[in-house]
Design a protein around this ligand. Structure first.
Ligand code: SF4
Length: 108
């Protein structure tokens, strides 16, 4: 998660994040198509797909998804841990077993 968009998380893993290598503007475009505070921005499939592909190559994918699912207040925003906001919302809705399964299978 790009630092400029990630004030909520600790930075113990940030140094290895694939998305942290991107310029902030590009990261914002790819990772934050889903943003409830910006109604003009609709979910575009291609940048979201590219962001999710980048996550699959990220060395901190599992940690990132775990962090994301531990912060349900952020579930409406962007791609994190290889999952879109909608996907994370669905995992959270399904409950603890689904959350644990998603984290366990991240990066495999
Ligand atoms: S898993 Fe994705 S959102 Fe999370 S740090 Fe890596 S590239 Fe960024």
């Amino acid at each position: 998660m790009p630092e400029s968009h990630n004030p909520y998380l600790g930075d113990y893993w940030r140094g290895g994040a694939e998305c942290a290598k991107l310029p902030a503007k590009e990261a914002d475009y790819l990772f934050f198509q889903e943003n409830p505070n910006n109604p003009k921005r609709g979910l575009r499939a291609e940048p979201t797909r590219l962001a999710k592909d980048m996550c699959q190559k990220c060395p901190v994918l599992k940690q990132c998804l775990k962090d994301a699912l531990n912060h349900p207040e952020l579930a409406g925003y962007g791609v994190r841990g290889g999952k879109s906001a909608r996907e994370r919302q669905e995992i959270l809705r399904l409950g603890e077993n689904a959350i644990n399964k998603a984290i366990e299978s991240a990066g495999k």
